[in-house]
Write a protein that binds this ligand. Structure first.
Ligand SMILES: Nc1nc2c(ncn2[C@@H]2O[C@H](COP(=O)(O)OP(=O)(O)O[C@H]3O[C@H](CO)[C@@H](O)[C@H](O)[C@@H]3O)[C@@H](O)[C@H]2O)c(=O)[nH]1
Ligand SMILES: [Mg+2]
Length: 198
């Protein structure tokens, strides 16, 4: 997007940290709906975009999920072991290609066609990221790799085959609350409402 528009004028952009991602403090002027201009300061974190995918074993009616440690949860006093759909950073790759590689790395499963659901904006108040979200199917006995993530990068990812009904119950009672995971499980539930399973 341009740094100048009818409603936005950039004044300054100061990089506060440029290590893994880039944290920048922006000063800018924003035109309010009443036509007046308002100077503001906001910090923006850019670590690129990502892809996430919910795989469903339609025979066993299970979902392929992961559980892993998330530091931001730990340091903010929340349960750090999150149940999530497999997901990864794009690192400039095409989302579907990156998703296939990430599935193999994190779960050891290959996947057929992936259906794109949405590009989910995860935290627009401070983070630039969008997540390309997909759904697809898998068969539990089709695991071809070990999964578990990249141990050299510190990953230690548990693979879970969770019955669909359990997953939906865990979304409802808050045991599953990772945003991309909630959205994709609810997407599957909505599809069942529209076209109930046999
Ligand atoms: N050295 C270093 N490594 C990091 C840092 N932050 C993350 N990493 C490493 O970078 C890798 C990221 O793993 P991915 O599987 O590619 O990404 P992800 O963390 O699972 O992120 C996915 O889920 C996020 C949470 O919903 C999404 O935000 C993201 O877009 C993506 O879909 C991991 O090995 C992690 O340890 C850091 O600050 N420093
Ligand atoms: Mg990941």
């Amino acid at each position: 997007m341009p740094l100048v528009s009818d409603t936005f004028r950039s004044i300054a952009a100061d990089v506060l940290s440029d290590n893994w991602g880039t944290l920048t403090r922006h000063r800018f002027s924003l035109r309010r709906r009443d036509g007046t201009w308002d100077d503001q300061t906001r910090e923006v974190y850019d670590r690129g975009h990502g892809a996430a995918c919910l795989l469903h074993d339609t025979q066993a009616d299970t979902l392929l999920l992961t559980r892993q440690f998330r530091l931001p949860m730990q340091v903010s006093g929340q349960d750090p072991y999150l149940i999530e759909v497999p997901a990864g950073l794009l690192d400039g790759a095409a989302p579907a290609d990156r998703m296939r590689a990430e599935l193999m790395e994190e779960t050891g499963y290959t996947v057929g066609p992936l259906e794109h659901v949405t590009d989910l904006i995860t935290s627009p108040g401070s983070v630039t990221e969008y997540l390309a979200c997909f759904v697809g199917t898998y068969r539990r006995d089709n695991q071809v790799g070990a999964g578990g993530g990249d141990a050299t990068e510190g990953e230690d990812i548990e693979v879970i085959h969770m019955p669909f009904d359990d997953a939906l119950a865990q979304v409802r009672d808050g045991r599953i609350r990772d945003a991309k995971t909630v959205v994709l499980i609810q997407e599957l539930a909505l599809r069942r409402l529209i076209a109930p399973a046999d």
